[in-house]
Design a protein around this ligand. Sequence first.
Ligand code: GTR
Length: 439
Amino acid sequence: MICSSLFRASLAAIFFLVIATPATAQQFPGYNYDETKIPSYVLLDPLQLNDGSAVKTPEQWWRRRRPEIVRLFDENVFGRTPDNARVRLRAHVVEIDRHALAGRAVRKQIDLYFTPDADRGAKMRLLLYLPAHAGKPSAVVLGLNFGGNQTVLDDPGILPTPVWTKPKGAIKLEHNLPDEKTRGTQTQEWQVEKVIDRGYGLATVYYGDLEPDFKDASQYSVRQHFLDSGRAASAADAWGAIGAWAWGLSRAVDYLASDRDVDAKRIVVTGHSRLGKVADWAAAQDLRIAAVLSTESGKGGQSLSRRQIGETLEHLEHSFPYWFCANYAKWVGHDQEIPADGNLLLSLVAPRPLYVASAAGDEWSDPRGEFLSALSASSVYKLLGASGLVDSTMPLVDQPLLEGNVAYHIRSGKHDVTQFDWEQYLNFLDLQFGKQVRQ
Ligand code: GTR
């Protein structure tokens, strides 16, 4: 596999252009896509302790193996979330409309402040839709968005907040109110009205409120507010942007768990691609999260980096070093030796409901690796008395495996979030939580 610096530079340029909406046929030249050409590798065993002994009881899992696996990701992939990043959240409700979406929904917009200095300092804007007339606290699906809250639905009631851009040729990042033309541009990806009509709430935050998704932009990150006392910010296991974005999801859970219209026991996280990696890591660290809907989170997320097909660590580290801790770079060129892989990450969600979704046109994320990862994590579900994937054979395209506490589908189409994904997700949540609306 030959990757010239010019070629890598053009690749990075392609990625830069697609940040806003990563809906692409993800397959890039110069990488292996041939299953028969995958160098042999050893799949890590979630039920084997670092000392080689087997995990036989739930107690051994919770007291020894699970903390071991979290530490492996702290030290080798996402970095450690600083202890002092535990904040007393301050919420300022900016807007509530109990007759939104023609009376079908309640819309709330809330500013969540992270730092003590009153109504200044770091904050994020949470947009929350809840089914009107639910008559009970609603289960809510929460996820970060790429382009700003105004993109998730063409609802004039969404108050835009500044987004980060780097105009062509510009040196400095710009942080301005988004173009009004972006309103509702991600309606397909978020299916807000379908989610509401099925009796669920939908909550979202713009990931740029926590950290801009650009190299050399950490000065604008929430990470600046939580420099781990006594540990250099440049420590090899200091958290990266994925850690900061996952931390933001947990701050949103802080608020949602305090809102009487929300069922605090049924806060579900979701995310697409890089924001899928974020949802996976947030759930790994935050046991208040009740379920995960992980959409094509790929390498560095739900997929298996040890399988050398599709994206490589070298590409992730070269294009997005700020996503990870510095130690991640150690594994570049040694993909099949990384001690923390996607199946271990997914096993940290157990026994909570987990949906792993792939797309046939997303070879870059290695859909088969995403399935094998869910299958491997299923062994932990079984140890904990839950059911994993109901079939160990990878299903055909557009034929979801929904019945277990671990669900999986590979849908036709490209790297994106579609109406099909959401329909399966809501069917799965209905199976796990019971139907939310009387049909
Ligand atoms: C790509 C990256 C993938 C995935 C994707 C996305 O640049 O290589 O791992 O994260 O972005 O987030 O759309």
